[in-house]
Design a protein around this ligand. Structure first.
Ligand code: GTP
Length: 352
């Protein structure tokens, strides 16, 4: 039986704006690579190399980053939606490109799931679809999935009210589907896999199986989680071989130039072409992605993208800075700040 994969990468990523105004969320940089490469790794580990990318928003940016997949030892097929069709409509739109079984993944989830074990359970329980669940502390912002004793899914509850919270296991954004069941989906119209397809499948009497993933799981869809994922990778909470040399408990790329009078501490990443001048401090949880110049400033728990410059005496903390940002001297870019492409902050300014 041929198993394909679909990665849903057509969303606008509104919660991660302004980072995603120009660059789709699935290809935002995360340390040393575009985010989607983590997902290609997960699929490749389970020997799934036939991968369909369902694209709608800025498809050319995704294609420019990943091409035909050759460099990542996978084969990528792009299926375009003229207008976004939602998570289910996107899968239906790609039906013709699939084998008999398909793994569907949201394009914003990082997890150390054992895809082989998920596929095994799917086959053994003869499920029409399997949905991966993950326990979280506060499930109220997610879609909940209720099951019976045997792990068979009985009900979905989207964005539950407090009295409706009967489980802490949420939809983790990874499914295995028998391709034949896509006949339940309407074609060419917006349709939700969570609110449309799964309830319809359960109502039709087919078996929908749950697989609980207890390990690492995060979706990078908000500013706070995008910062968190960097910290988790840097601290080793999510194991990843970072393409840079170790420096104390952080990492610095071999092309980065770091003045001996700069202080670097905790878990940090200084990427290719970055310059860290005398008097600078790069503190825990900070990632300078590429060609960032820090001239005597302090960077704390922040992610700074490419070709950005931060002037002397400034403090950037708990912030996200995109490409080509200029932060002047003696500025305070504070917690929760998110600066889009090309923003200029003049000397002595404060944000948030
Ligand atoms: P927000 O706007 O911040 O909610 O982000 P989002 O647009 O990515 O939406 P959400 O996080 O709910 O989407 C989950 C996954 O489905 C992401 O990987 C999206 O790229 C993807 N997705 C959402 N809507 C569509 C769509 O209409 N078409 C396709 N192909 N993918 C979609």
């Amino acid at each position: 039986m041929k198993t394909s994969a679909i990665i849903l990468v057509g969303g606008e990523g509104t919660r991660l704006r302004p980072l995603t105004l120009d660059l789709p969320k699935p290809v935002v940089p995360v340390l040393d690579r575009p985010f989607l490469k983590f997902q290609l790794d997960l699929l490749r580990k389970a020997s799934i190399t036939d991968i369909v990318l369902c694209v709608a928003f800025r498809p050319e940016r995704i294609r420019a980053v990943l091409g035909d997949g050759h460099a990542d030892s996978v084969q990528l097929t792009y299926v375009l939606e003229e207008t976004p069709l939602g998570t289910g409509g996107a899968v239906k739109n790609a039906e013709g490109a699939l084998g008999e079984r398909v793994v569907v993944m949201n394009g914003d989830v990082l997890a150390d799931m054992d895809l082989g074990a998920i596929l095994k359970m799917h086959g053994e329980t003869r499920a029409a679809a399997t949905i991966v669940l993950h326990p979280v502390d506060n499930p109220s912002a997610y879609g909940l999935v209720e099951t019976d004793q045997t792990g068979r899914v009985t009900r979905f509850v989207e964005k539950p009210k407090p009295e409706e919270i009967t489980t802490n296991r949420i939809n983790a954004g990874l499914y295995v589907l028998e391709t034949r069941t896509l006949s339940l989906m309407p074609k060419g119209v917006p349709y939700s896999i969570e609110r449309g397809y799964f309830p319809a499948l359960i109502a039709s009497g087919e078996r929908v199986q749950a697989f609980t993933h207890e390990g690492y799981w995060i979706d990078i869809g908000t500013h706070q989680k995008y910062l968190q994922v960097h910290l988790d990778l840097l601290s080793g909470r999510f194991p990843h071989e970072i393409q840079a040399s170790r420096r104390g408990s952080g990492y610095a790329h071999e092309t980065a130039v770091i003045d001996p009078a700069a202080v670097l501490e905790g878990h940090f990443y200084v990427g290719p072409g970055c310059q860290v001048g005398a008097g600078s401090r790069i503190e825990d949880g900070s990632a300078l992605i590429s060609n960032v110049r820090v001239q005597g400033a302090t960077i704390r728990q922040s992610v700074v993208w490419g070709d950005t410059e931060i002037g002397g005496g400034s403090l950037v903390e708990g912030a996200l800075l995109s490409n080509r940002v200029r932060v002047g001297r003696h500025c305070h870019v504070g917690r929760g700040s998110a600066l889009g492409d090309g923003v200029v902050i003049s000397d002595h300014s404060r944000t948030s």
